[in-house]
Design a protein around this ligand. Structure first.
Ligand code: NAD
Ligand code: UDP
Length: 327
């Protein structure tokens, strides 16, 4: 990849901060745009010393004027509790944000990538999900602000591409986890790890038989960069995720075993419209991007748990019990 000037919207968030770091490490100049709605300056603090890194506090629902070669459009809250907190703003961020970033890309002739989501498939009737599956989304439910916002953003990307000949890339990202997630942002991996380390009950929604496929952040970021660097003719949409599928209960059990926690599992009501199953078919990513995840869920959890342990200043329950002469 030749060094470029690259804009990352949502660059102070979980995925965005990892992406900024990797793009800088490859010798690029990176402009991070974020309004810190769910992102955090701590995520990018270590990058501030790099003269090739610049940060702009900006809300993508307003126009932006910068000169760049590429745009990664990641700005949007991703956790259900965050995107449902102000659903109107979530739709605006997805839709107006896409219009503003596409308008910018059109004016300056930049290539632009959209961070779309497996949520465009809704509660899928097809399993695993391939890119040609059109989805089953409730347009009036509590998840619609995110799901429909992202679907509309995809529509905008493809219409700008057809109408203006723009270079677009659309990634449908499946559940991704890793260091730099916000401890109490409601996503299942961070929730379970934090609860286990704090000795709190693990909140299992429903009976825990719903499935998800969890991708480690490094794999995902590699997939995004490969997509951006792929030939102009390849637009996607392309699924990026780990095809390993686990029930949420299995995840809870893994986290308990790996943290050595004595926490119990407490069942809570299943949120409305919570998808019952989700697993990407990544044949297209394998073929078009020569990409597939390398980090298993076990390995990824082993890399993520120490991050939260340090963040929370927590001790391993088994270690502290052992010191106290317990189990
Ligand atoms: P995140 O909430 O950690 O990051 C989102 C970032 O966007 C935050 O820094 C936030 O402050 C910023 N932001 C939100 N609204 C903004 C606005 N109006 N203007 C400027 N910045 C704004 O979430 P994430 O997990 O890093 O997700 C990044 C992107 O990837 C999102 O678009 C999300 O929809 C998509 N995605 C993530 C996952 C996942 O599992 N992490 C899965 C599917 C799709
Ligand atoms: N979930 C859970 N306990 C939690 C948080 C989430 O059982 O504390 C479940 C949630 O109901 C869903 C799955 O875990 O079935 C993944 O939830 P998350 O919010 O991480 O992602 P999404 O539902 O958007 O895929």
């Amino acid at each position: 990849m030749r060094p470029r000037r690259i804009l990352v919207t949502g660059g102070a968030g979980f995925l965005g901060s990892h992406l900024c770091k990797k793009l800088l490490a490859a010798g690029n100049e990176v402009i991070c745009v974020d309004n810190y709605y769910t992102g955090n300056k701590n995520n990018i603090l270590a990058l501030f010393d790099n003269p090739m890194f610049e940060v702009i506090r900006h809300d993508v629902t307003f126009p932006l004027y910068v000169e760049v070669d590429q745009i990664y459009n990641l700005a949007c809250p991703a956790s259900p509790i965050h995107y449902q907190h102000d659903p109107v703003q979530t739709t605006k961020t997805s839709v107006h944000g896409a219009i503003n970033m596409l308008g910018l890309a059109k004016r300056i002739g930049a290539r632009i990538l959209q961070a779309s989501t497996s949520e465009v498939y809704g509660d899928p009737e097809v399993h695993p999900q391939r890119e040609d599956y059109r989805g089953s989304v409730n347009p009036v439910g509590p998840r619609a602000c995110y799901d429909e916002g992202k679907r509309c953003a995809e529509t905008l990307f493809f219409d700008y591409h057809r109408q203006h000949g723009m270079e677009i890339k659309v990634a449908r990202i499946f559940n991704t986890y890793g260091p730099k997630m916000v401890p109490y942002d409601g996503r299942v991996v961070s929730n379970f790890i934090v609860q286990a380390l704090a000795g709190e009950e693990l909140t299992l929604y429903g009976d825990g038989s719903q499935t998800r496929s969890f991708c480690y952040v490094d794999d995902l970021v590699e997939g995004l960069i490969r997509l951006m660097e792929s030939p102009t003719s390849f637009t996607g949409p392309v699924n990026l995720g780990n095809p390993g599928e686990f029930t949420v209960r299995e995840l809870a059990e893994k986290v308990l075993a790996k943290t050595g926690s004595k926490s119990t599992v407490a069942m809570r009501p299943l949120p409305e419209d919570d998808p019952r199953q989700r697993c990407p078919d990544i044949s297209l990513a394998r073929k078009a991007l020569d990409w597939e995840p390398r980090v298993s869920l076990d390995e990824g959890l082993d890399r993520t748990i120490p991050y939260f342990r340090e963040l929370l200043g927590a001790q391993s329950p088994t270690a502290s019990q052992a010191r106290a002469g317990g189990a």
